[in-house]
Design a protein around this ligand. Structure first.
Ligand SMILES: *[C@@H]1O[C@H](CO)[C@@H](O)[C@H](O)[C@H]1NC(C)=O
Length: 250
């Protein structure tokens, strides 16, 4: 196969990436430009899917999903109620929720449901852990018939595990998802200034979009799968030993 030469054209604002794509014995040279931002999230424009769950405090919910392989971003928010523009101190009938953006080539909705069930007690009534109240209810918000089918099947399976109590989880059609205030985004990570510093003290907007921050948020809450938790531990310890530079990926 012959390759044609491409010329590198420097530009002040853009990075040009060149790919050779061989198609029907013709070498095409395609130029893809990308703005410099979060290199992990935006280097490739991958089509993400999103899913919304409520499983108690959204601080913890974000962290429970953030470290799962294939999850790219998480956001804390409010869903399931009719109140418009809910706020943390005035969320009306909404449930604290997490929106999970994921790469469907790496993880599926079925596996996200597994994370949902294993990350909280779906049989606790009127609250979750120490948090009491309707805002901490357990709910799967479905946004397609396929999600509804998978959610219903997984709930039946969960109930069959034990008949000593009832699974309280509701399955509800997703309406609006309202993002929570910045203070509540990546809350667990924000309790660890050292980790924030490690990733270069991102500004809020960048922090909320960053796949790295999403993962570290799970790590900060010690909610990563054990192997991942240990792997990040060793990367962090390595940086502590050697000093700077900034953590770029994990
Ligand atoms: C629900 O799905 C529709 C169609 O796929 C999409 O446009 C919409 O943004 C989704 N809703 C939420 C809140 O994610």
């Amino acid at each position: 196969m012959k390759k044609k030469n491409c010329f590198f054209m420097p530009d002040t604002n853009l990075i040009f990436l060149f790919f050779y794509i061989s198609l029907l014995n013709k070498a095409l040279c395609i130029r893809i430009s990308t703005q410099i931002s979060d290199p992990i999230v935006d280097s490739l424009d991958r089509p993400l899917k999103s899913a919304v769950f409520a499983l108690g405090s959204f601080w913890r919910s974000e962290a429970a999903f953030g470290c799962i392989n294939g999850v790219v971003r998480t956001s804390a928010g409010y869903a399931g109620g009719i109140k418009t523009n809910p706020e943390f101190r005035n969320l009306g009938d909404h449930a604290e929720s997490v929106q999970v953006e994921y790469d469907p080539r790496i993880i599926g909705y079925r596996q996200l449901l597994d994370v949902f069930w294993s990350s909280h007690d779906s049989r606790q009534v009127f609250g979750q852990g120490p948090d009491v109240g309707n805002q901490y209810r357990s709910c799967i918000f479905t946004n397609s018939t396929e999600e509804l089918r998978l959610a219903s099947t997984s709930k039946e399976r969960e109930q069959l595990k034990s008949r000593s109590s009832i699974v309280t989880t509701q399955i509800q059609q997703l309406g609006m998802f309202y993002r929570a205030e910045p203070d509540h985004q990546k809350f667990e990570l924000k309790q660890h200034p050292f980790l924030l510093q490690l990733i270069g003290n991102m500004v809020e907007e960048e922090l909320e979009r960053s796949a790295l921050a999403t993962k570290l948020n799970g790590y900060a809450a010690e909610l990563c799968p054990l192997r991942t938790q240990k792997r990040i531990d060793s990367r962090v310890n390595e940086i502590i030993r050697k000093g700077w530079p900034v953590l770029k990926d994990i």
